[in-house]
Design a protein around this ligand. Structure first.
Ligand code: UT7
Length: 323
């Protein structure tokens, strides 16, 4: 049985850090409120010349270097983003060009904060279906550019960044002992579209628009949706919370992360948390957290790693990977 095995990982952040103290000079907020309600202490904000494609390219180069591969070794690029450099061509094609890659296929995937989970699930399906041998999967965002900087209920929450992994087709036995993606569980429900959205687009306003969110409404659904897809992953693989070495959640809010882990019976020392330093980077948050915990030696080869996300759409999903 073909498995999609992680060969490399990488990440990139903008140069500029914006602390909660600096945020206090922009809107009527406080470090205390932001930390208490979200766990966020700082976020990175893209500056001139830093875009979703440039950050994605840097993350991709880091992942390629770690995997000891070159762009010639890839045949698929999927970029999860809701903040593309241009409406088209896709940011994935832009990154393909920046990498000097003239073969294979590249496209973007738009599932907002669940984008990376959707992109990994898609790359895994391509690989297991024989359509690709090595896929570069990137989550890259510059949410700072779609924020309403006068709206304190949203602008304090988000940040910019990118992360990437390389998935490679390898022969497995078909058991949970295999390295690679063991299952992916994806869900969406458009009835919640107006709870987290951007109020513009090419076909409506002809503008990019700004992010709008009913935070409390999103919060209300988050823990239930997250635990739903994680339990579905356990059921699909016959695993339990005790088998999980690392939970790597979408980094939206420390309270949602802690609440989900508690409900699932996963101890907090097995949860990777980076929301304190990255803020909510939407589709980039999981690969940024993966890079942090794999680079510092917490996530090791053979570990069972659960990814989960929930966001605009609503979309939500989980991926269980043996690292
Ligand atoms: O990544 C996609 C998924 N997104 C999420 O998961 C976000 C989910 N939602 C959340 O994380 C939380 O709902 C928030 C962090 C957005 C807000 O936390 P909350 O505990 O739900 O606060 P709230 O919206 O109930 O607001 C409480 C109070 C309000 O004042 P009143 O009405 O009680 O007087 C707000 O106006 O806090 C006020 N407030 C602020 N105060 C200082 C809202 N934003 C701020 C702010 N600084 N930045």
């Amino acid at each position: 049985m073909i498995r999609s095995v992680v060969r490399g990982f990488g990440a990139a952040l903008p140069k500029r850090v914006m602390t909660n103290k600096e945020m206090e000079t922009k809107v009527d907020t406080s470090d205390e409120w932001i930390v208490q309600r979200t766990g966020i202490h700082q976020r990175y904000i893209a500056g001139e010349g830093e875009t979703t494609a440039s950050l994605g390219e840097s993350a991709a180069r880091a992942a390629l270097a770690r995997a000891d591969l070159t762009p010639d070794d890839l045949d698929l690029i999927i970029v999860a983003t809701s903040t593309p450099d241009n409406t088209f061509p896709a940011t994935a094609v832009n990154i393909q060009n920046r990498l000097g890659m003239r073969h294979g296929a590249a496209f973007d995937m738009q599932a907002v904060c669940s984008g990376f989970v959707y992109a990994v699930a898609t790359a895994d399906a391509y690989i297991r279906g024989g359509l690709a041998k090595r896929a570069l999967v990137i989550g890259a965002e510059t949410f700072s550019r779609i924020l309403d900087w006068s709206d304190r209920t949203t602008c304090v929450l988000f940040g910019d960044g990118a992360g990437a992994i390389i998935l490679e087709a390898q022969e497995g036995s078909g058991t949970n002992a295999d390295r690679g993606v063991l299952t992916a569980q994806l869900r969406s429900d458009g009835i919640h579209g107006d709870k987290l959205y951007v109020d513009g687009g090419p076909s409506t306003t002809g503008t990019v628009g700004h992010l709008r969110m009913e935070g409390r409404e999103v919060f209300k659904h988050a823990v239930g949706m997250i635990t739903d897809v994680i339990e579905a992953a356990f059921k699909a693989t016959g695993t339990t919370a005790d088998d999980v070495d690392w939970l790597v959640p979408h980094q939206a809010n420390r309270r949602i992360i802690d609440g989900s882990a508690k409900k699932l019976g996963i101890p907090l020392d097995k949860v990777v948390v980076t929301v304190d330093v990255h803020g909510n980077t939407s589709a980039a948050s999981i690969p940024l957290a993966l890079d942090t915990a794999a680079a510092d030696g917490r996530i090791k080869k053979g570990d069972l790693v659960m990814l989960e996300a929930m966001g605009g759409g609503f979309t939500w999903g989980s991926v269980l990977i043996r690292w």
